[in-house]
Ligand binder design. Structure first.
Ligand SMILES: Nc1ncnc2c1ncn2[C@@H]1O[C@H](COP(=O)(O)OP(=O)(O)OP(=O)(O)O)[C@@H](O)[C@H]1O
Ligand SMILES: [Mg+2]
Length: 309
């Protein structure tokens, strides 16, 4: 079963008083398998938050369909099993962390004993157990984000949607969020998160989709997408066209950088010695060669830039 599925989802914002309509989501097709940690990525303005707002039932799509845990997005049955951390959280900041969670638990119709137990558990999980009686207004922004996360997982939802859960967090806080995500995954939950911190995403997600201008441009497991590909930075006394040609026979892609340097993407590390040989055979005066495994950031920049052209 898909935890989230969208079919040709579309959202066009039409300004009330004239101006051009904005297509925030444009025929978006997404399939998120249950039990996975899914990274929903894309540049600023790509339509991530709008998609999430549709999934949680806050925004009504212009066209297409969205399903959450087998129910139509926005249906009560879907909302009950869903936890959500918004991008811009505005809490009732006159409440203490504990009062705030209690209020949410009651809204989710949790019984008194379970609620008390869960409040203790989630405050511990997000690292706020000691600050439970402080007013949210007195919290730093990172602490507020942690309360938001505690609220999102309080009622033990099957699907947790986190819109930039770590944007305000220090490195320790980010690690804690990774641990919470892991904890949810071990309990068979689905986590759908959006973040610009791609190294975080690479560490915690099983699958990602990269969207741009409201459409999915790449989707797959990290293993599929970053399979063993290496990017090699080659430095020469001078980059001659014949050297680039020779390199292009071994590499999948060659990008000239400047007159002394080019990068080459090879299918696997095993191709690197052959690449060096091809460069030398073509008369290239090789000075340096440095390889790194392709990262999610490399993939993100390449795919989004390629789209922009
Ligand atoms: N309520 C709204 N009214 C009009 N336009 C909107 C509204 N919400 C979003 N948009 C527009 O829709 C597009 C997508 O915005 P969205 O917030 O979904 O992007 P995002 O991918 O979440 O970006 P970011 O990474 O910056 O959070 C943008 O062009 C934005 O200006
Ligand atoms: Mg957003």
């Amino acid at each position: 079963m898909w935890a989230i599925e969208t079919r040709n989802l579309r959202k066009v914002y039409r300004p009330l008083f004239g101006g051009n309509p904005i297509t925030a989501v444009d025929n978006l097709n997404l399939q998120v398998p249950a039990g996975t940690v899914f990274g929903f990525l894309g540049p600023n303005g790509a339509g991530k938050t709008t998609t999430i707002q549709i999934l949680i039932g806050n925004v009504y799509p212009t066209a297409g369909e969205a399903f959450v845990l087998g129910h139509r997005a926005g249906a009560l049955a879907a909302k009950r099993k869903l936890g959500f951390l918004p991008e811009k959280f505005q809490f009732h900041d006159f409440l203490t962390a504990e009062e705030f969670l209690r209020m949410h638990g009651r809204l989710a119709k949790m019984d008194r004993t379970t609620l008390q137990r869960r409040i203790d558990e989630v405050l511990e999980l997000v690292g706020l157990a000691e600050r439970r009686t402080s007013k949210i207004r007195e919290f730093s922004k990172g602490m507020q984000q942690r309360v938001g996360l505690a609220q999102a997982i309080l009622h033990d939802p099957d699907l947790v949607i986190l819109d930039e859960p770590t944007s305000a967090l220090d490195p320790l806080g980010r690690r804690r969020v990774r641990e919470v995500v892991q904890y949810l995954k071990e309990r068979g939950k689905t986590v759908f998160l959006n973040s610009h911190l791609l190294s975080e995403v690479e560490r915690s997600c099983d699958q990602v989709a990269i969207i741009n201008k409201g459409r999915v441009i790449v989707q797959g497991t990290l293993d599929e997408l970053l399979v063993n590909r290496s990017v090699v930075r080659v430095e020469l006394r001078r980059v001659e066209p014949c050297v680039l040609e020779a390199a292009a026979k071994v590499a999948q892609k060659v990008h000239p950088v400047d007159e002394r340097c080019f990068t080459a993407e090879v299918a696997s590390e095993d191709d690197i010695p052959e690449l060096a040989r091809a460069i030398l055979d073509a008369g290239g005066a090789l000075i340096g060669l440095q390889a790194h495994r392709e990262t999610l950031e490399d993939l993100f920049i390449q795919t989004v830039e390629a789209e922009g052209r």
